[in-house]
Design a protein around this ligand. Structure first.
Ligand code: SF4
Length: 144
């Protein structure tokens, strides 16, 4: 017997970043293993889910030399990079790949300290996401 599929439980499918790169603000995050790296990643998720035509893409694939991901970065409408801390690992990866960065952010610049934990607060994610959305001119469909 087949299981009933509840529509509201289905995942939100994202646009294909390779097919639609020219129409998308492509977001690369460092996704580092510290509080601010995780905040940066979650900010990328929020901008993807609540922004317009914004799409988190695979920074690690760029670092690994994936031609498809290099191509996405080069064709993107805009490239937004979000690093956790001043080490700026994602920025280094994207620059080394020859991809032009339009907007560059570091979570610690928003007054959030780097901590050795992956327990982060929704408030910090929202605060950084709203600030970045404002700076890049993106409407974010969330209630602050
Ligand atoms: S930028 Fe900082 S938080 Fe991000 S991966 Fe590098 S060292 Fe980790």
């Amino acid at each position: 017997m087949s299981e009933e599929v509840k529509m509201e439980k289905l995942p939100k499918f994202l646009p294909s970043c390779h097919k639609e790169a020219e129409n998308l603000d492509i977001i690369f995050t460092c996704s580092g293993a510290a509080s601010v790296g995780k905040i940066g990643h979650e900010v990328g998720v929020l901008l993807t889910n609540a922004g317009q035509n914004a799409r988190l893409c695979c920074t690690t694939a760029v670092a690994a030399g994936s031609e498809m991901h290099l191509d996405i970065g080069k064709r993107a409408r805009k490239v937004i990079v979000i690093d956790g801390c001043p080490m700026k690992c994602a920025t280094k990866v994207i620059e080394k790949a020859g991809i032009k960065i339009n907007h560059n952010f570091t979570v610690t610049d928003f007054g959030i300290a780097k901590q050795p934990t992956l327990d982060i607060s929704d408030e910090d994610v929202l605060k950084v996401a709203l600030a970045i959305a404002e700076k890049v001119g993106m409407k974010l469909n969330v209630k602050p």
